[in-house]
Design a protein around this ligand. Sequence first.
Ligand code: SAM
Length: 268
Amino acid sequence: MSTGFTEPAKKHLGQNFLHDRSVIDRIVQAIDPQPGDVVVEIGPGQGALTFPLLKRHGDVTAIEFDRDLHAPLQAAAREHGTLHLIEGDVLGVDFTALAAQRGDARGQIRLAGNLPYNLSSPILFHALDHAAAIRDMHFMLQKEVVERMAAGPGSKVYGRLSVMLQAYCAVTPLFVVPPGAFRPAPKVDSAVVRLVPKPADKIEVADHRAFANVVRAAFGQRRKTLRNALNSVADADAIEAAGLRPDARAEQIEVAGFVRLANLLASA
Ligand code: SAM
């Protein structure tokens, strides 16, 4: 039977299509869409996740950049449910506006997707900018990226991504997926992760920009002491006032320490 998907996978768009049924089922179970939820999928590709989600939930909004996939996706989706296809770049989609227009009773959406790995970090940071509009996210990413997202102080992979995400979200790695679950197979293991944005009253960051600047500077030169790495944004007195040691390195500082320092700088 022809699927209507005739184009070969495009490497520059990070196209590694899932074909392992059990992995697909586990992702749908992890998302566990409930009546009234508004599920938004990033990069539906050839519908590997989209169609099971449609069968289960009846209604999915999906954002796909590849024009060659739009018509076959729409056609193949019809027998499974109602697909609202946004044709374009996910980085140009205003999730806050989408949630206001089409969100659930609380004005929120649920994000999901087997992400194009070359765009993982930009998509994660884009989602963070709209965290209040997002109830949760379930993403397939490179395993190594999921490890960085969930890492804590003292770990070699603890860095900017860990601190920025954990300040705003609970990050829970769910399971690892081997390369053979995809066509073509990527070179690395993948993993599924759940991100749940914290409610506004649980977010300690007072000024997002100040926080982002401190974290970027601290990890920009991760081998340096805080005193040196942060010299353009904070002096040793400020670092000490935030309860941190100027001779410590960024990789030793817990998320709350960066938040204290950024809040102190923002209030000065
Ligand atoms: N969900 C499908 C699956 O699991 O088989 C496809 C996943 S594939 C790893 C990533 C998908 O994201 C591809 O369909 C690709 O065309 C799409 N994509 C790449 N860049 C994108 C962008 N900037 N905006 C939206 N979709 C994008």
